[in-house]
Design a protein around this ligand. Structure first.
Ligand code: CFM
Ligand code: HCA
Length: 534
């Protein structure tokens, strides 16, 4: 309730209190009135946020998983180290045997480079990289000091392209470029769209039912499970952006008939630009959860409108659900009636709620670290989102219809009809799907995490590494929904089984009996009277 919330926020100074209140929504009884939330604005200094930086969003999230490229971190080695293997985007080498995702490339800037400039060191690293590794292309990601000292990484990249005859992409993704990772997604989307997608002579795809899978990063093998299902039905996956993705496939993205958007937050820019430039519509899919997976598959089949494809879709759905449902039902017995917090970066805070519900767990608090208002309130609010100094920092890339390659892929009237039933070119956001009385929090911080746990006593909290152990020390199971705690996949049909197994395991483990939360064996107040301990 408003009163309880007031008590939590009371410790903040007035300005902070007013600010934080705007990032929290108490879900009202089912009204159609949209509930507004503040999002994608600066975290106030002093608050311990879970957010990362623009460099993390560009290099770590969107660009890093492209396997046949070498990704160079131009900066101090700490930035390179943090993004080395921490995110679980899995990759296997393709036919050309090239997979560099397990390597860490960095100019390891020292004080002298900061003072005298790091361009020469960067150029030398590119030369060595080409000589030793022969990647299909190279990316340079700028860290904060690069922008501060003014190294011209684009000039270094252009000169290297001439020397080596491969693309060298310079991402101006200094950590401070935005208020979170989200700015980095946008920077990555713009350059990949501008320089890579369509950079080929290939005009069309010869395979039927050709789709791109956008915003799927193959965390814990999610993308592989989705591809297994899609291939089984008869789809051809042109490229995956960017999990287990390759530069070579990315160039062909313009040849697909439909774009599937899993994580809209990180890739909606490219989805929109592909539609403007090549006429390819996009469908919001969600392959997390059994129902969401089935809904997404049915929407795809309806788009292509082929009877055999629709039948095959139904056959696969029937076969897979018959196989996994009995297993899920067993795990559900352990989980039924429990409650969860679901706080993840920019789309999983919403995507996982359906899967939780399918194993009998209700989400009582959810939110995103860095999503925008549309991820909470739906795409229709985009025109009303106020631009501020931070969001203006990264300009939208202006694209136009490609005179040679733009093709209407589906009769516009048929697409309009499909839109009535399926989420083509749209998503509705988290808030509409949440139940009355639940809480939605943007950029949840560590203080609030602990306070909301004390208030709502969730049975499990799903978030990330930065708060996992704080939560477990409070005696509550924590399930990382970024790294999956080194498990997974959690997407698709097999993923749902893994998830149900892992969540029920966290409830069933006797570990919790051995943990005494600090406040249970220590006095809350320590004081002395006349020198004697109380
Ligand atoms: Fe998209 Fe992601 Fe997410 Fe994200 Fe991330 Fe991630 Fe995430 Mo961690 S792209 S917004 S920037 S689904 S790395 S694979 S888990 S915060 S919710
Ligand atoms: C990032 C990557 C991250 C961090 C995960 C976490 C990931 O934001 O730079 O905080 O647990 O998924 O690996 O989101």
């Amino acid at each position: 309730t408003e009163e309880k919330l007031g008590e939590i926020l009371e410790v903040y100074p007035e300005k902070v209190r007013v600010n934080r209140r705007r990032h929290i929504v108490l879900k009202e009884p089912d009204t159609n009135a949209a509930q507004q939330i503040e999002a994608n604005t600066r975290t106030l200094p002093g608050i311990i946020t879970n957010r990362g930086c623009a460099f993390a969003g560009c290099k770590g999230v969107v660009v890093g998983p492209i396997k046949d490229m070498v990704h160079i971190v131009h900066g101090p080695v700490g930035c390179a180290f943090y993004t080395w293997g921490a995110r679980r985007n899995k990759a296997r080498a393709g036919e050309d045997g090239k997979n560099y995702v397990n390597y860490c490339f960095s100019t390891d800037m020292q004080e002298s480079d900061i003072v005298f400039g790091g361009e020469k060191k960067l150029a030398k690293l590119i030369d060595e990289t080409v000589e030793i590794f022969h990647p299909n292309a190279i990316s340079i990601a700028a860290t904060c000091p690069v922008g501060l000292i003014g190294d011209d990484i684009s000039a270094v990249a252009r000169a290297a392209e001439e020397r080596h005859g491969i693309q060298v992409l310079a991402f101006q993704c200094e950590g401070y470029k935005g208020v979170s990772q989200s700015a980095g997604h946008h920077i990555a989307n713009n350059l990949l769209m501008d320089k890579v997608i369509g950079n080929t002579e290939v005009e069309k795809c010869d395979e039927p039912y050709a789709v791109n899978l956008l915003g799927e990063y193959n965390i814990g093998g999610d993308g592989w499970e989705v591809e297994r299902i899609l291939k089984d039905i008869g789809y051809h996956v042109v490229c995956v952006m960017t999990g287990d993705g390759s530069y070579e496939d990315l160039r062909l993205a313009h040849t697909a008939d439909l774009n599937l958007v899993q994580c809209h937050r990180s890739i909606n820019y490219i989805a929109e630009m592909l539609e403007i430039k090549y006429g390819t519509p996009w469908l919001k899919v969600n392959f997390v959860g059994i129902k969401s997976t089935c809904d997404s598959l049915r929407a795809m089949a309806a788009y292509f409108g082929d009877k055999d494809l629709m039948q095959k879709t139904e056959d696969v759905i029937a076969r897979e659900t018959a196989r996994i449902q009995p297993v899920i039902d067993q795990y559900r017995k352990v989980c039924e009636g429990k409650t969860a917090f679901c706080f993840v970066g920019g789309s999983r805070g919403h995507h996982y709620q359906g899967l939780f519900a399918e194993i009998g767990v209700e989400t009582v608090l959810a939110g995103y670290e860095f999503a925008h208002r549309d991820d909470y309130e739906g795409r229709e609010v985009i025109p009303s989102i106020k631009k501020d100094a931070d969001s203006k920092n990264i300009p939208d890339l202006h694209v136009e219809a490609d005179t040679k390659r733009f093709k209407i892929k589906i009769d516009p009237e048929r697409l309009a009809k499909l839109r009535e039933k399926f989420p083509f070119d749209e998503y509705k956001g988290m808030i509409v799907d949440m139940k009355e009385g639940t809480i939605i929090v943007d950029d949840l911080n560590h203080f609030e995490t602990e306070e909301f746990i004390r208030l709502l006593h969730p049975d499990i909290v799903s978030s990330g590494i930065k708060d996992k152990y704080v939560i477990q020390k409070m005696g509550i199971p924590s399930k990382q929904l970024h790294s999956y705690d080194y498990s997974g996949p959690y997407a698709g049909f097999n993923g749902a089984v893994n998830f149900a197994r892992d969540i029920s395991m966290s409830f069933a483990t006797p570990t919790w009996n051995y943990i005494v939360p600090p406040w249970k064996n220590q006095p809350l107040l320590n004081a002395t009277i006349n020198g004697d301990e109380l």
